[in-house]
Design a protein around this ligand. Sequence first.
Ligand SMILES: Cc1cc2nc3c(=O)[nH]c(=O)nc-3n(C[C@H](O)[C@H](O)[C@H](O)COP(=O)(O)OP(=O)(O)OC[C@H]3O[C@@H](n4cnc5c(N)ncnc54)[C@H](O)[C@@H]3O)c2cc1C
Length: 463
Amino acid sequence: MSKPKKILISGAGLVGSLLSVLLGRRGYEVTIFERRADMRGVEVDSGRSINLALSSRGIHALEMAGLLDDVRDLLIPMRGRALHLSNGAEEFYSYGQREEELIYSVSRRDLNCLMMSAAEEAEAVKIRFNQSVEDVDFNAGELKVVDLTENESHRQSFDLLIGADGAGSPTREAMLAENGGESRVEFLDHDYKELEIPAGKSPDSEGGGFYQIEREALHIWPRGGYMLIALPNQNGSFTVTLFMPKHGENSFEQLKNSDQLNAFFEVEFPSAKRLIPDLESDFFSNAQGRLGTVRCSKWYFQNNALILGDASHAIVPFHGQGMNSGFEDCSELIRLLDKHEDNWNEVLPEFDQIRRPNADAIADMALENYVTMRESVADPKFQLKKELGFQLEQRYPERFVPRYSMVMFHRLPYAVAMQRGKVQQAILSELVAGIEDIAEVDFEKAGQLVQQQLSVVDLSRPY
Ligand SMILES: Cc1cc2nc3c(=O)[nH]c(=O)nc-3n(C[C@H](O)[C@H](O)[C@H](O)COP(=O)(O)OP(=O)(O)OC[C@H]3O[C@@H](n4cnc5c(N)ncnc54)[C@H](O)[C@@H]3O)c2cc1C
């Protein structure tokens, strides 16, 4: 098979929707089977839409699909971290040092709806809702799908099947059973729960409200073993997420009733508590979500199946890269289709070979970043290293690029960002040992270390 006639995608989430736009525009006939009902046109409570951080890799893929101009209306820039420390102090630290070095808060639902509509604008793309993919017969090239409204199963033939059906991917499991490969799901000992800071209402405001805390920031209340974060929504509200251990001291299992919840928030997050009027109802009615990493030994089956996005590499959310890396899967797939003139026999193994090590790298960096967010950001030494990193980037922009910037503002392969990041971290640790102020840094030594240990990096050629 070089150019498949009929592509079926399992899952019209963020990744499946974007991929269908890209493949539809390339002239492929695509049908998506989505288990959920069509979320467009269904009202959600204002301020309840969950938001995500979008950064350069995701932006690049949206631009490739011709969607960026429309998506821009949904974005709120976040220029840095606003820290709410235990002593009541508030501090702001920029993510980058250039005007364009921002990340963006975007509503998952609005983005998904926009991409589904864009997909359906292409004649060649069809989305079928309430259709649950249950099994795959790879030899026959058939999918078993259950129509959830009729409760009837039907079979669909395909030339190429793409599994974009999330962390619990049925396509992945069917493919591995056939391939003999393996997948591992490593759950974190920490869960999460979503809460809300509503828009503020001034006495004379009618419809809309105002942002009660800085709009253009990702807010963090770091507390060592756990944390709260908040991202802005378009309507003036913030979606707040509590991340904490499932068991033990200061854990979800200890917050069983209103008294325990209120006492915990009063001691740990008093400033946030004042802004969350529905703390009790949010906390006790919202689901406690699990967090985990999926690693899978092979992402394709012969020349007729592929998995991508969370289906092949779900990660924990602490680097804000799950969706972004899934979108990068899509842009990379298109790059390889260009390179191999749509010969999928060549595209599938190369995609697997290129993407898997990078998925492993971002999975590891995302796990590391949990400690950074909940603990290190509050440490003056961390901020000293961050400042020094910016100074080294100014002095040696061709060699030293802070790891956060490599991941969020550039499109260097994640594995390269991780490897260079380790070298840079060792340089920073050596330079700040025994000092407390940037003025005390030995910049001559810094220059030598950078020149000796870091090769020139070409940011304009990501892969
Ligand atoms: C708390 C939290 C915060 C996050 N924050 C960020 C962030 O800031 N930035 C970021 O980049 N990423 C973030 N992520 C990660 C991001 O949400 C995921 O990486 C992204 O949603 C993956 O998209 P996907 O399309 O691969 O999978 P999903 O979004 O899970 O979509 C899968 C789709 O497949 C459908 N499906 C499932 N099973 C079947 C079936 N049997 N048949 C048919 N359809 C099926 C589902 O209904 C769904 O529509 C966060 C995740 C969490 C949990």
